[in-house]
Ligand binder design. Structure first.
Ligand code: SF4
Ligand code: SF4
Ligand code: SF4
Length: 266
């Protein structure tokens, strides 16, 4: 089924861009926007609360549903209390895990050095808390002035852009195996398609490696293929010196395994 990008964009524009996954869509607001465009209930965005559920119902001409409940109390604007994360810096061991986890790149620091959160950028999504091995990140209530409707749109646009840049960088890093991997692999295809149709967002590239035969493969498969090729070469060399029935069978098995794996990675 082809995607209705104009509608997805309109829905996505109403979502807070916290990228927290609390709506049940692990990869953030865009996958939820897509699901809503395909008929999923539009009351699941927890940080958006009732105002976002109402705006979505209005946009889609659907009945108004009660927004799913947050664990936080409701603010004056009808949304759940905004939160911010704060690192207890004296306890931070500089492992960098929180940096990869933060969808909007609100954390700075480098290996073995103390890390800090730019509180202005932090959305309180909590995604940095579980990966922290020393549990030194706290959540506190954000009592800054509530943004106007116009400011809210500006904030969302900024968070969306930051997330798309984060996706491209983190997925590339995952394939190159640099630094800790703390978040499940993001499905970049939807983001890449969306960014091709919507000019206002940064281009997201699908991250995959291409072999000399033109096959798209992920990092895990690349390693397995390399291992199989090495074993095959070794056996071929041994067999060229002396024939051995057991080694010949082993070679055939490895070659079949290699073919299967290459077939799977198309
Ligand atoms: S902000 Fe709302 S729509 Fe976006 S990921 Fe979180 S719950 Fe889902
Ligand atoms: S610092 Fe933590 S809570 Fe704040 S936006 Fe980043 S991951 Fe979310
Ligand atoms: S995950 Fe925790 S310990 Fe590691 S850098 Fe972040 S705050 Fe510091």
């Amino acid at each position: 089924m082809s995607l209705n990008f104009p509608l997805i964009q309109q829905i996505d524009a109403l979502l807070p861009q916290t990228q927290c996954g609390l709506c049940g869509h692990r990869d953030g607001c865009l996958p939820y926007a897509k699901a809503i465009s395909e008929g999923e209930a539009a009351n699941k965005c927890i940080p958006g609360g009732q105002p976002v559920a109402d705006q979505l119902a209005n946009l889609l001409n659907r009945p108004i549903l009660q927004a799913e409940e947050s664990v936080w109390p409701i603010q004056q604007d009808g949304r759940p209390q905004r939160m911010k994360a704060i690192i207890r810096e004296e306890e931070c061991i500089g492992c960098t895990k929180c940096i990869s986890a933060c969808p909007v790149d609100a954390i700075v620091g480098s290996g073995k050095l103390m890390h800090t959160i730019f509180t202005d950028l932090c959305t309180g999504c909590e995604l940095c808390i579980p990966p922290c091995p020393v549990d030194c990140i706290d959540l506190v209530e954000d009592h800054n002035l509530l943004p106007s409707a116009q400011e809210q749109i500006g904030l969302q646009d900024n968070l969306r852009n930051r997330y798309y840049s984060h996706i491209t960088r983190e997925e590339k890093r995952r394939l190159e195996r640099r630094g800790p991997i703390v978040r499940a692999e993001i499905d970049t295809t939807l983001f890449a398609d969306f960014s091709k149709h919507v000019k206002s967002v940064p281009i997201v590239e699908v991250q995959c490696k291409t072999t000399e035969t033109g096959l798209n493969i992920d990092a895990k498969t690349t390693i397995q293929l390399a291992r199989l090729r090495t074993q095959i070469k070794k056996l071929e060399k041994q067999l060229s010196v002396r024939e051995d029935e057991k080694k010949r069978i082993q070679l055939k098995t490895l070659e079949a395994e290699l073919n299967d794996l290459q077939g799977m990675s198309v």
